[in-house]
Ligand binder design. Structure first.
Ligand code: NAD
Ligand code: ZN
Ligand code: ZN
Length: 390
């Protein structure tokens, strides 16, 4: 089969590789009909996630048709059309029983690596380094899906691939980010980052009852989409002071909750950017937590910080005193996918939201290496790329 493989920082190649096989009774093989590039993939592309190996197959947002099932999978049959969550969960461990699916204790065979870096391991993730299992990803023609009796969600024929694909990651991620804000009537939610996650988080914050959503970025077409498709008020951080504007908009108090949908590769003008870039390049810190710092300082007293943005390890100059002294609540995590997929599918079916509005580029799998660059550099007004492997 063809697959998009990682060969180092900014080096990707679409290659012929062996087809995946059933390895365990609870596996299924899915023939992929649509896959996407996620902002999280950029952290791999830019070389910020350790334990990648040459030839690793990327991709964790995919869907397709079941072509083979192991003897232990009773809920799926050949021909079923499914969306596959990016996290791999067994469904019956301590964490899965508590619906903390992204913390599954059975799905990361390399948990010892994660334990060294983080103390304990999260779940395995498709196409996301050996630290989280070294699983082959879904930017390919086929994928092996472990615990296929727990993860994949069957989707109705009445919905197109594009309408349901983002149930694999960014829609549940945006929803959990908004849910973590514990939105109350009258609340203002501020969201850093108008990438696909931030844009969907705007919609989810409104679905959960926010009165006002303020979105922050600097890329004009992303800010435009936040206003036009999201009904958000926007701040261009290159033209306005984020702190000052948020204060003004909220009567001096600050937003009730703040979502960091930027993560470890944040950008900003000024000396701190150079400081973080150098430290990150020297591996003295593993992220540039610029949006996170700003979100902490902006949040109202007693408010909530929700962090879907991905961070790898150690961060520098985090104003923790601000969190402590002002009694902020911090909520974060890889998304507990299986909690959200079915209810969010129902929202799509009811027409409450169609997450495909973020798609700007429809390409073939062969185009993946160029598409990463276009997406990363925000060329050609690129916001979200989907790839057709067939
Ligand atoms: P993206 O790279 O397309 O979007 C990031 C956006 O942040 C860009 O539009 C960029 O211009 C903007 N930005 C950069 N610096 C900023 C700053 N200082 N202030 C405000 N905006 C700034 O990525 P995406 O696909 O939207 O993903 C966003 C984040 O969510 C990434 O870190 C990704 O890894 C993470 N993510 C997490 C999960 C999870 O399970 N928690 C799942 C999917 C994605
Ligand atoms: Zn992702
Ligand atoms: Zn589990």
């Amino acid at each position: 089969m063809k697959a998009n493989c990682w060969y180092g920082k900014h080096k990707l190649e679409v290659k012929e590789v062996p087809d995946p096989k059933i390895l365990n009774p609870r596996d299924a093989i899915v023939k992929i009909t649509l896959t996407a590039i996620c902002g999280s993939d950029l952290h791999l592309y830019d070389g910020f996630i350790p334990t990648m190996r040459h030839g690793d197959i990327l991709g964790h947002e995919f869907m397709g048709v079941v072509v083979e099932v192991g003897s232990g999978v009773r809920n799926l049959k050949i021909g079923d059309r499914v969306v596959v969550p990016f996290t791999i969960s067994c469904g019956s461990c301590f964490s899965c029983e508590r619906k903390l699916y992204s913390l599954c204790e059975n799905s990361n065979p390399n948990s010892w690596m994660a334990e060294k870096l983080w103390g304990h391991s999260p779940c395995g993730i498709f196409g996301y380094s050996h630290l989280v299992g070294g699983y082959a990803g879904g930017q390919a023609q086929y994928a092996r899906v472990p615990y296929a009796d727990v993860g994949p969600l069957k989707v109705p024929e009445s919905l197109t691939d594009e309408q349901v694909l983002f149930l694999s990651d960014i829609f549940p991620t945006a929803y959990m980010a908004a849910e973590n804000c514990n939105v109350q009537p009258g609340d203002t939610v501020a969201i850093w980052g108008c990438g696909p996650v931030g844009l969907l988080a705007i919609r989810c914050a409104y679905l959960l009852g926010a009165e006002r959503v303020v979105a922050i970025d600097r890329v004009p077409e992303r800010l435009r989409m936040a206003r036009e498709k999201g009904r958000a008020e926007t701040i261009n951080y290159e033209q306005q002071s984020v702190q000052g504007t948020l204060r003004e908009m909220t009567g001096g108090r600050g937003p009730d909750s703040c979502i960091d949908a930027v993560g470890m590769e944040a950008h900003i003008q000024g000396p701190l950017y150079g400081y973080d870039r150098v430290k990150q390049a020297l591996m003295m810190e593993t992220g540039r937590p610029i949006a996170l710092r700003e979100a902490i300082m902006a949040c109202r007293n007693g408010g909530t910080l929700s962090v879907p943005g991905v961070y790898g390890g150690l961060l520098d100059k985090i104003p923790f005193g601000s969190i402590m002294n002002r009694a902020l609540t911090l909520k974060t995590g890889q998304t507990h996918m299986q909690r959200y997929m079915q209810p969010l599918l129902e929202r799509i079916e009811r027409g409450e939201i169609d997450p495909s509005f973020v798609i700007t580029h429809r390409l073939r799998l062969q185009d993946a290496p160029g598409a990463y660059k276009t997406f990363r550099d925000k060329q050609d007004e690129c916001i979200k790329v989907v790839l057709n492997p067939n």
